[in-house]
Design a protein around this ligand. Sequence first.
Ligand code: SAM
Length: 229
Amino acid sequence: MDAQPLKLVARTISGRYGKPFDRHFAYWKVQMDPLYQGVGGLLAGSSLPVLDVGCGTGLLCFYLLEQGVLGPLHGLDFDPQKIAAARKAAEALSNPPVFHQGDARDPWPDISGHVCLLDVLHYLPPDAQASLLTSAARHVAPGGRLVIRTGLKAENWRYRVTLMTDRLMNRLKLMKSPPVSYPEQGALETMLNGAGLQLITARPLNEGTPFNNHLLIFGRGTSLESNLA
Ligand SMILES: C[S@@+](CC[C@H](N)C(=O)[O-])C[C@H]1O[C@@H](n2cnc3c(N)ncnc32)[C@H](O)[C@@H]1O
């Protein structure tokens, strides 16, 4: 998306939030983080439900709505303030996303479609990541995708900046948990293959940022929707 339309989308989304901090955060995050365009481009043609686990203030759901994504949109997060902000922002919409407050380690709402885990895995230890990924795989419908963005463990400056920033966000109380464990791509693949999903694509998703973030897309065998790469 060109800078101008993206600015417009960011203004539309941010204007719905009740608190100035949430408005400013949404306005800049939607424009600066390549995440929303990356995932939005992927899911744009689909009408399957979307479940965004660790949805924060709901930016992905609101971005997908602006992109005309047709399926029901759901977000889940354990931070009550973030869910309250997301619900407030959804109030004025005629087709609002549904935001659930809950811990991703507990059972999820009964939704089958695409599952997004965006910048969430590293808040959990490896054993909890494994059970989260198993839950995620169970909620991926035939033709659906599991979309993961995560910082990957690495020996490079991007990894160190990612770790320092995530620690700082927790110290500033902007994030409830500190980072616990960044996964490695091979381990994610092994776990998800065991749960019946195959890796479709993996690429860095960090343009314009100093982070070591990667986008990994998994699907189920031969039933992949051809328009979703
Ligand atoms: C870095 S933010 C990412 C927000 C959103 N996915 C995005 O990319 O715009 C991580 C989110 O995961 C949530 N989170 C972390 N651990 C969680 C857990 N165990 N259950 C539910 N949400 C969790 C946090 O509250 C936070 O909103």
